[in-house]
Design a protein around this ligand. Sequence first.
Ligand SMILES: Cc1cc2nc3c(=O)[nH]c(=O)nc-3n(C[C@H](O)[C@H](O)[C@H](O)COP(=O)(O)OP(=O)(O)OC[C@H]3O[C@@H](n4cnc5c(N)ncnc54)[C@H](O)[C@@H]3O)c2cc1C
Length: 457
Amino acid sequence: MKDKEVDVVVIGAGITGLVTAFLLIKKGKKVLLLEKNAKVGGQMETIREDGFVFESGPNTGVVSNADVVELFQMLQSRCSLEAARKEANIRLIWKNGTFHALPSGLLSAIKTPLFTWNDKIRILFEPLRKKGDDPFESVGSLTRRRLGKSFLDYAVDPFISGIYAGDPNKLVTRFALPKLYNLEQNYGSFIRGAIKKASEPKTDRDRMATKEVFSVSGGFENLAQALSDEIKSENIRLSVSQIDIHPADNGWETILPDSEESIHSRYVVSTAAAYALPSLFPFIAKEEMESISNLHYAPVIQIGVGIKESNGHVPNAFGGLIPSCEKQKMLGILFPSSCFSHRCPEGGGTLSFFIGGSKHPEYLSYTDEVLKQLVKEELHNMLNFPVDYSPEKIKIFRHTQAIPQYEADSEQRLASLENIQRQYQGLILAGGIRDGIGMADRIKQATKIAEEIENLI
Ligand SMILES: Cc1cc2nc3c(=O)[nH]c(=O)nc-3n(C[C@H](O)[C@H](O)[C@H](O)COP(=O)(O)OP(=O)(O)OC[C@H]3O[C@@H](n4cnc5c(N)ncnc54)[C@H](O)[C@@H]3O)c2cc1C
């Protein structure tokens, strides 16, 4: 056994683990990053074929905090943030057999067929409506109460499909959309809160959170590669099939039987998914662990489609979402080539179809043939491609446990996480089990962990 001493062992080389390790190394700490897969990136994976670029996992993030901008500034010699084209800043919603643009101004809000007249008038009185007092209120119930059913059906339900592939009647607002929850709790109303917040003074760092949609030039895998190059291969172990971790004197002992290494560290940071935690930390009490490992993940299939000649059929928009009340199989379609450059050969297009989600886990069992047929039908039905059109590329990416669902059990999960971290000093359980599922949330969490550890050692 080779003995090694580092400050921090980080488990998992997805965005959270990579950014944590990168920032700690930048702060002068010794880090070892452990990954069970043969490559870094976790859910970030980009596939390039014949000039087409497809994402298996995330396609975009939102610049919702300054940490995202600062990360790309630090990495600027290796990879760059690509903001989505402004002209494609249009979201489409499917209703009665066609896509409609989500309103972006007062006039379009009045004219849109997406919402009922009753709800359009009702929304004027939203600031006067009573504040909710149920800390476990679902996103669905909150929306119905404050905005009306048609806003739930044709705005929030598809929006929740786009982010969580989830069910708005199960996701709890306080955990799944904390900013929305706080708007009502702190200001009594979404509209009043949004107006007040817009007029509050902003620091330079606040202003860096532009809310722009972004990707990475060439695809998200370039971000993973850039971070991995910075961390350096000697500080990363890939294809780690077994990790034995035990509390030890003044920290932790991590044994890697594959490489016959025994590593002593002050901190262990796990970014593994909830279902991976019981086998990583068998010494944690079963009842405590179960409230974390029971976290439900929505399954998703992403289908990348490459089109050689788009002939105007790929909309100049961010994407189209399909409300569940419309009873279609697809959750939504993204149009990456309309937002980002070099995603397809000149004159072509790329699309990403999403199917499944927590409302339809059974679609995960569809064969590739069935999925390909479905895509061809929807290209015709939803985007007016010729009926017999067959795209040049169809790439199917199945994720049986894709997106964590912050439902009513979140309070217990967060309490257990705190208890465990209090009981086992130096163990940090992070990743998507808490603090948000978006790429910006992941970067923010990693930045905070790196800062906390820097201040402690
Ligand atoms: C299909 C799909 C589309 C998405 N689209 C978007 C989007 O458009 N925008 C957005 O903001 N977010 C999106 N997300 C969510 C976003 O991709 C994730 O929240 C984020 O990538 C998770 O990063 P992570 O590092 O926390 O976890 P992961 O990427 O899951 O990384 C965890 C790593 O830990 C490793 N690991 C697990 N167990 C062990 C072990 N025992 N030993 C060693 N290593 C281990 C895993 O192999 C993995 O590499 C999407 C997710 C999916 C699946």
